[in-house]
Ligand binder design. Structure first.
Ligand SMILES: [Zn+2]
Length: 478
């Protein structure tokens, strides 16, 4: 297929608390979260993984992870690290932890900073993070071979912004466990992204003056007969002309899947904690009508589109007339997807109105390329489209009375609060009520995601009507 250059695009990180108030196209350096500095060798140490174990040894391996988890329960600041360990332990690539070492795990405060810099991390990389965070002899070399030069004394680690605090939590399964105020073992891709990513234009917390859409309960109901049929284009950035890992047919299938999800028709794989009733899955009365598919050969876009979004600007001209998805074929940032919300951009024709998704989360891609099957259905694109339609994460602002937005969280009354993202499909109650793992705006695996809510529908319609008015008018059918 010939290389085509269509509209131009740009995009910024999804800064959920950000709003755009200053000049477009101004890039500002951002302060990266505290992460340990490493000597990162080209070749890594080999270590034993779950896939290398005999069946009888797998329980022993899991028991070590579980006992560390129990130790983390004693510290109020470590629930997210406990969740991440639990998520990692069953992965075939999960490192087996030999006793006698030191494990460094971030506090929830350090995680909150991480999520401000990295929208939708590709979850399989948590496996690498654990291998990078375990030091088998408690010296300067991790299980994966990273070298950590520390000159901060016994109770601190050398981070990108100076030393950060390290506190012993005791030992479990013969392993000394530490709570850290920064990340000790970020994978290379996340580290690269955090160091090089484009800045948010503004980090002003959202107020009513910025988005014209307040709490969902105060927004008008969407008229039953109305629909938004949105002209939609896809740009696939690939490395070479002979890469056909995402074809036009694959794009059509992904788009069909997204439209089913928006109609409230995603499959419900019933879990043992579900009742008889299908989880909320409103018909959003919105669909994406394919207007153009461009498959372009652009290795910079294909590798670095998330980290350097200005590379994508040229693909999103006339942005006010289309909803644009850019698919990144060879991501080097460790991101599944990112998108701004409509109100975060003051210009309707800004090329930053776009949704970017990695092929790691593209429908059918994992199955065709031995990827992570938990993200094979194509729900990563639905999630990112949700942001592009104006929706926050279900865990925005953490539990209701904490965090940003004056404690209003995701501005949606019919999604329960969630303290931190969950990567497993399990019953957890991080803010008291069951976490909304079936909602598309959570981080749960694809099989768990079922739908959007009525409140989210009202917000999406409101954000488009007021902040992408030209596209709204073009799409409206009554
Ligand atoms: Zn997201």
């Amino acid at each position: 297929m010939p290389m085509t250059c269509h509209a131009s695009v740009s995009l910024a990180l999804l800064w959920l608390r950000a709003s755009l108030t200053d000049a477009l196209f101004m890039r500002v350096p951002i302060e990266s979260p505290n992460q340990a500095e490493h000597d990162r060798p080209h070749r890594r140490s080999m270590y034993k993984r779950v896939a290398d174990l005999q069946a009888g040894d797998i329980e022993l391996h899991k028991e070590a992870y579980r006992r560390i988890g129990q130790l983390l329960d004693l510290a109020t600041s470590m629930p997210h690290s406990k969740h991440i360990l639990h998520f990692v332990m069953s992965h075939p690539e999960a490192p087996v932890l030999p006793p006698g070492g030191c494990m460094y795990l971030p506090s929830d405060t350090a995680w909150a900073s991480f999520y401000e810099h990295l929208e939708h991390p590709f979850p399989a990389l948590f496996v690498e993070m654990v291998a990078n965070s375990y030091y088998p002899s408690c010296n300067d070399t991790s299980l994966s071979g990273l070298k950590l030069p520390s000159s901060c004394g016994a109770e601190a680690m050398r981070g990108s912004r100076g030393c950060f605090k390290v506190t012993s939590l005791g030992s479990a399964a013969g392993i000394e466990v530490f709570e850290t105020a920064g990340h000790v073992g970020l994978p290379d891709k996340w580290s690269y992204h955090i160091e090089h990513a484009t800045a948010p234009r503004s980090r002003v917390p959202q107020t009513g003056a910025v988005s014209k859409c307040g709490m969902s309960g105060e927004l008008p109901q969407v008229p039953q007969a109305a629909r938004l049929v949105i002209p939609t284009r896809y740009v696939v950035c690939r490395m070479s002309d002979d890469d056909d890992s995402v074809t036009e047919q694959h794009v059509r299938e992904q788009n069909r899947w997204a439209n089913e999800a928006l109609s409230g028709l995603s499959p419900w794989a019933r879990t043992d904690f579900d009742g008889d009733e299908r989880p909320a899955s409103a018909d959003m009365q919105i669909s994406f009508e394919l207007s153009d598919i461009s498959i372009v050969t652009d290795s910079q876009c294909a590798k670095h589109g998330f980290t350097k979004p200005w590379l994508l600007h040229k693909y999103n001209q006339n942005a006010s007339q289309h909803f644009t998805f850019v698919i990144i074929a060879n991501d080097q940032s460790g991101v599944m997807g990112q998108s701004l919300l409509p109100h975060q951009l003051s210009e309707e024709d800004s090329p930053e109105h776009m949704v970017v998704v990695s092929t790691e989360g593209f429908r059918g891609h994992a199955g065709r390329n031995r990827g992570d099957m938990r993200y094979d259905e194509g729900d990563a694109l639905v999630h990112e489209a949700g942001h592009g339609l104006g929706l926050y994460h279900t865990f925005e602002g953490s539990c209701a009375n904490r965090g940003a937005n004056g404690g209003r969280g995701d501005f949606i009354e019919d999604t329960s609060d969630e303290a931190m993202p969950h990567y497993e499909c399990a019953l957890t109650r991080s803010c008291g009520k069951a976490d909304p793992v079936h909602n598309f705006m959570a981080y749960s695996p694809d099989s768990c995601k079922v739908g959007f809510t009525e409140g989210q529908k009202r917000r999406a319609w409101c954000e488009l009507e007021h902040h992408r008015a030209a596209l709204y008018q073009r799409s409206l059918r009554k």
